[in-house]
Design a protein around this ligand. Structure first.
Ligand code: NAP
Length: 233
């Protein structure tokens, strides 16, 4: 049976590239996007199907689950890719609790909202897989390693939201041992998220997302990795 995959925030950047690569690998890919025009354009360009999806809206996420349920009846792979940098790396002392709320609403609560809505569809799949697109900036190990570029950056909201996402990932992995649920770090990639300052191409960045989306039932779960292999939490 053809693998059915949903990627959130797939109208551009890493999500769009991962969608293109997974279509090439034979998946039916639902391109989740909150803007219909951009979502439809991306779906047509990569050979996927558009599904309206704003990860911050209960109503939108419920409707997306209903659409995929009606069209396919299950989901094999969920890629929680939608993310924002928001206030990003402004001085820590300037970051307000409201700034944090905005980042967490997408990067953490959005992932929980989408995952919870799609768990019933994933449970109907043969070998369910969830890939959470995290960041080296969410890793205590990486951000405290002086040899890593990430250790030179100070940001309150984005890094802590990705650290929370990492824990969300390991807890889901423990709660659903029959699923492969992993976090990945695409690496510093040129996208709108960082004003295209990233040093990798989207093709390079999407590699680990695509690899972990193709895990089989005997693959690892509760892990964090980049394209080079396992990463410290
Ligand atoms: P991007 O080009 O800015 O793409 C982000 C995507 O998320 C866009 O499609 C955006 O949609 C979508 N999105 C944002 N808020 C959303 C919402 N509420 N509902 C649905 N979709 C939403 O950035 P990217 O670099 O590809 O980022 C993808 C993921 O990789 C993020 O989780 C990011 O944190 C992670 N990451 C990126 C890097 C990097 O260096 N680029 C490094 C590590 C991790 P709109 O077009 O509508 O805004």
């Amino acid at each position: 049976m053809t693998t059915t995959t949903l990627i959130t925030g797939a109208n551009k950047g890493l999500g769009r590239q991962a969608a293109q690569q997974l279509v090439a690998a034979g998946h039916i890919v639902y391109v989740g996007a909150r803007d219909a025009g951009r979502g439809r354009e991306a779906a047509a360009a990569v050979g996927g199907r558009y599904v309206p999806l704003d990860v911050t809206s209960d109503e939108s996420v419920r409707a997306a689950a209903k659409q995929i349920d009606a069209e396919i009846g299950h989901l094999d792979v969920l890629v929680n890719n939608a993310g924002i940098a928001g206030t990003g790396f402004r001085p820590a002392g300037e970051i307000t609790a409201d700034d944090m709320q905005v980042l967490y609403a997408t990067n953490v609560f959005g992932v929980v909202r989408v995952t919870q809505a799609f768990l019933p569809l994933l449970e109907r799949g043969a070998a369910p897989v969830i890939v959470n697109v995290s960041s080296g900036m969410g890793s205590f190990a990486v951000t405290t390693d002086p040899s890593r570029f990430e250790s030179t950056l100070v940001g309150l909201a984005y890094p802590s939201s990705k650290a929370a996402l990492n824990m969300v990932t390991t807890m889901y992995a423990k709660a659903y041992p029959e699923m492969r649920i992993n976090a990945v770090d695409p690496g510093y990639t040129a996208t709108d998220l960082n004003g295209h300052r990233g040093t990798q191409t989207v093709q390079e960045g999407a590699r680990v997302i695509v690899a972990m989306a193709q895990l089989t039932a005997d693959g690892p779960t509760g892990t964090f990795s980049d394209a080079a292999g396992p990463l410290g939490w």
